[in-house]
Design a protein around this ligand. Structure first.
Ligand code: BES
Ligand code: MN
Ligand code: ZN
Length: 505
């Protein structure tokens, strides 16, 4: 369950600093001599014997038997020497690995030394440490509590306030990511639309945001017929949620975040296979990311308003369920022929996006586990980015790179519109076998008017089937770090990123 590690930056010599475990982050090919004076070159000798070169994933551990400050030392390979955003990602992974080593060793304290020379690196290490400490054990009889109580990042000289703040921000970010993981990982029988709305309210109250939760009657009043259509097969009442952050001094362009919030997607009458619905509790990962991102917005305090939206419901088959063939008129007046009740996410998002754009935000970003097709296109770890605005797309891609979230831009070809035209309505909710994630994005585009909009299809990265780097099995909290970084940059007034001819990784 979510519980972050206090992480501080302290000036100390790794060789003499007392700690249960010292993790030395080593780049490939780097000499191990930095600390080895106190060990008479022992570490370097063992490294040679064990063929430790600093390759990513390599670990070399030894006990110091009281000869040094640290009880144990672990050299942790971080891979080829990199800089910029790629170094940040190496540091997240290495910090998570260090925490896992500390867990295995039963260490109460962990100190990390390595290429730390700026706020961004400190933030990345703090993120990685807390993300790597996460386990979802709510339903386990035997829990393996973490003995580790603190992480120290060792630097030379008194750290600037900037670094201390970066450690705190990294921890907060990881906390928010883990809160999203918790919501995704919990069972769909527990995380119903009401419970998800309640989680949003609690998170908002804790962080000083406004939270509105609307039930069926109010959703009807707003004319969200597509949303209601999806929800009508379920006994659970749909919930429409809006979280609002307002800056101290009004003014400035507002931003809207919208998340898909299907708390369970069975496919409805177009029922999924048993295997196809095994992981469909994760279909609210977009909303979980929005709830957590809003929490970080409250901490970042940008000089513009930010609103987070989601329409939560279940997609179930029943005697009251919506049917293939139904034509439903959405909030913005667009009629939709429902051909497949399993293409439900775009229907709910259509109405919620239409509502959100009424406030005329300067940008609207939605996150949704929208299509299996995006996983076919981009693989299991990369989100698809669709946008009607190149500047907004560039901002998000840059933020994603810094945040360490793989995102790839996808096209919105106008000529594919004909695939989602319906003979009986303005649109149909499926576009056939090919380009499934594009059809879905083109569909959404009909509901955002002229507002700069970006859609992140996170069906792949929202959850993973086995531990990987700083992500544990299950929900990853995809989108949270990306959104936080994007908001942070917008708040800092970062100039629009230029089209850069940068080398491919
Ligand atoms: N929630 C699913 C998409 C999904 C699939 C997310 C796999 C994560 C993993 C979505 O509601 C869905 O069922 N999409 C259909 C659309 C189709 C019926 C046009 C899909 O991708 O098969
Ligand atoms: Mn579906
Ligand atoms: Zn779905």
């Amino acid at each position: 369950m979510a519980m972050s590690l206090p992480t501080s930056v302290i000036p100390a010599d790794p060789a003499t600093h007392p700690t249960d475990l010292l993790a030395l982050l080593v780049r490939e090919g780097e000499k191990l001599s930095a600390i080895d004076g106190a060990l008479d070159g022992l570490l370097a000798r063992i490294a040679k014997e064990e063929e430790f070169t600093g390759k990513e994933g390599q670990v070399l551990s030894l006990h110091t038997h009281g000869k040094m400050g640290p009880q144990r030392i672990a050299a942790v390979g971080i891979g080829k020497p990199r800089d910029g955003d790629r170094l940040l990602e190496q540091l997240r992974v290495a910090a998570a690995r260090s925490v896992k080593l500390a867990r295995a060793a039963g260490a109460k304290s962990l100190s990390i030394a390595g290429p730390i020379d700026g706020a961004a690196q400190v933030q990345a290490l703090a993120e990685g440490a807390s993300l790597g400490a996460y386990v979802f054990d709510r339903y386990k009889k035997e829990k393996k509590p973490l003995k580790l109580g603190k992480v120290e990042l060792l630097v030379r000289g008194k750290p600037a306030r900037e670094l201390t703040e970066a450690a705190e921000l990294g921890r907060r970010v990881a906390d928010a990511v883990c809160a999203a993981r918790d919501l995704v990982n919990d069972s769909p029988g527990r995380v119903t639309p009401r419970v998800l709305a309640q989680a949003a309210r609690k998170s908002a109250e804790e962080s000083g945001l406004k939270c509105e939760v609307l039930g069926r009657a109010q959703i009807e009043k707003l004319g969200m017929t597509l949303f209601l259509g999806v929800s009508q097969g379920s006994a659970e009442e749909p919930q429409l949620v809006r979280l609002s952050y307002e800056p101290r001094s009004k003014g400035g362009d507002s931003v809207a975040l919208v998340g898909k919030a299907i708390t369970f997607d069975s496919g409805g009458l177009s029922l999924k296979t048993a295997q196809g619905m095994e992981d469909m509790k994760t279909d609210m990962a977009g909303a979980a990311a929005v709830i957590s991102a809003m929490r970080l917005v409250a901490a970042l305090k940008p000089p513009f308003a930010v609103r987070g939206y989601f329409g939560a419901c279940e997609n179930l088959p029943s005697g009251t369920a919506y049917k293939p063939g139904d034509v439903i008129v959405g909030k913005n007046g667009t009629s939709v022929e429902v051909l497949n009740t399993d293409a439900e996410g775009r229907l709910v998002l259509a109405d919620v996006l239409a509502w959100a754009v009424e406030e005329k935000p300067a940008a609207i970003v939605d996150l949704a586990t929208l299509t299996g097709a995006i996983i076919v296109a981009l693989g299991p770890w990369t989100a698809g980015l669709f946008s009607n605005d190149d500047a907004l797309a560039a901002e998000l891609l840059e933020a994603a790179r810094t945040a360490g979230e793989p995102v790839w831009r996808m096209p919105l070809p106008a000529e594919m519109e004909e695939l989602i035209k319906s003979p009986v309505a303005d649109l149909k909710n499926t576009g056939g076998r090919y380009g499934g994630s594009i059809n879905a994005a083109l569909f959404l585009q009909h509901f955002v008017g002229k507002v700069p909009w970006a859609h992140l299809d996170i069906a792949g990265p929202a959850s993973i089937d086995k531990e990987r780097g700083y992500n544990s099995r299950g929900g990853t909290g995809a989108g949270v770090r990306l959104l936080a970084e994007w908001i942070r940059r917008r708040a800092a007034g970062t100039p629009q990123p230029k089209e850069r001819a940068r080398k491919r990784r």
